[in-house]
Design a protein around this ligand. Structure first.
Ligand SMILES: NC(=O)c1ccc[n+]([C@@H]2O[C@H](COP(=O)([O-])OP(=O)(O)OC[C@H]3O[C@@H](n4cnc5c(N)ncnc54)[C@H](OP(=O)(O)O)[C@@H]3O)[C@@H](O)[C@H]2O)c1
Length: 328
């Protein structure tokens, strides 16, 4: 095995041959490097993104960099409910789907409030899209959970949520919108969904784990150039390098979400993030010991409210019964 709770050697992953993983937002950044690391360990990786040219470039780049990579591409714009539904349906016909990294996201929100699909755009991209996608994938993940002991969903939280000092959310931000507030709130909601999903999975006895990963502070300007995927201007690199003491590359940041996805030591509800908060190798922060980052988002009453809001906003009810073992 490559690690213990506090250590993990991302350069020596166990073989993932035979496994299939989906990564959303795999066309750049953390999603791209997660997909690459999974492919390098032998997994079949489904790269998803909303832009066909970027998907082609990302797939070609991994193909160049990882000999024998087993890859597939799928267009999933997470803000488009019908696309999300049909992607989940098409994935159910795969032999197996061992896990998904719910990575796609807006990290630089618009300065002025915008809507997509009838909801504020950061909310709909970072929260609602993945709530609906995870619901659609649940029976397929549960099958892998039963058959192979895998079956995991990884939600992308953020260290920025440590600044979210309330348990209240105002999801649509119709009155008090600001880009940073929309982003931090969306990540707080994602963390609550991850914890609430695990509570509901346990209650329904479904063989899937739900975990949170965060990459610390990972900058494309501190990340190696990859043609067609990470082409960073000199000035951006200069400013990124000024933040070197508190930041890391996206390649390193991605190791947290990869660990969250594949490490058998990780348990439902755990948080996986850098050992030094913003930087460093990924370690496990167990669900049983909430940290500053997750204490509020783990509260059941917050989880219930956010869950019910997402059900109503997406008109989606998670198919827990369909995901239960036929023996239950
Ligand atoms: N970087 C950090 O330090 C940091 C810290 C905490 C959490 N995170 C989280 O990590 C995740 C990835 O961040 P990143 O830094 O790698 O950002 P990034 O480089 O901007 O990558 C974001 C990815 O999401 C995709 N995406 C955006 N909107 C989408 C949509 N509607 N449908 C499908 N894909 C969409 C983007 O595709 P396009 O190129 O087509 O836009 C891109 O592939 C995010 O969830 C972010 O909140 C990052």
């Amino acid at each position: 095995m490559v690690g213990s709770r506090d250590s993990w050697d991302a350069r020596a992953l166990p073989s993932l041959a035979g496994r299939t993983y989906l990564v959303t937002g795999a066309t750049s950044g953390l999603g791209f490097f997660s997909a690459e690391q999974l492919a390098a360990a032998g997994a079949h990786v489904i790269l998803s993104g909303r832009n066909v040219n970027k998907l082609t470039a990302a797939r070609a780049a991994i193909g160049r960099r990882v000999a024998g990579a087993s890859l597939e591409s799928m267009i999933i714009d997470v803000t488009k409910r019908s696309v999300v539904r049909s992607a989940a349906a098409s994935l159910s016909s795969h032999d197996r789907l061992d896990g998904v990294i719910l990575n796609a996201g807006i990290v630089h929100p618009p300065r002025k409030r915008e809507e997509v699909d009838g909801h504020e755009v950061v909310l709909t991209t970072n929260v609602l899209g993945h709530f609906a996608l995870a619901a659609g994938l649940l029976p397929t993940l549960a099958k892998a959970g039963r058959d192979y002991g895998t079956g995991r969903m990884v939600w992308l939280g953020s260290v920025s949520t440590a600044s979210w000092k309330t348990i209240k959310v105002d999801p649509e931000l119709t009155e008090n919108y600001s880009g940073p507030r929309a982003y931090v709130q969306s990540k707080f909601m994602v963390q609550t969904l991850a914890a609430e999903a695990q509570r509901r999975l346990d209650e329904a006895n479904v063989a899937v784990t739900s975990v949170i990963a965060h990459p610390g502070y990972s900058l494309s300007g501190r990340t190696e150039a990859v043609a067609g995927v990470n082409e960073v201007r000199r000035l951006k690199r200069f400013f990124a390098n000024l933040q070197a003491p508190v930041s890391q590359s996206k390649e390193l940041g991605a190791t947290a979400q990869v660990r969250a996805l594949i490490d058998p030591l990780v348990q439902g509800g755990d948080l996986i993030g850098p050992a030094r908060t913003f930087t460093g190798p990924p370690r496990i922060y167990p669900a049983a010991k909430p940290t500053k980052l997750t204490e509020r988002s783990r509260r059941p009453e917050v989880g219930r409210d956010v869950w019910e809001f997402c059900e109503s906003a997406t008109r989606t009810v998670w198919p827990f019964t369909a995901a239960q073992s036929p023996r239950d």
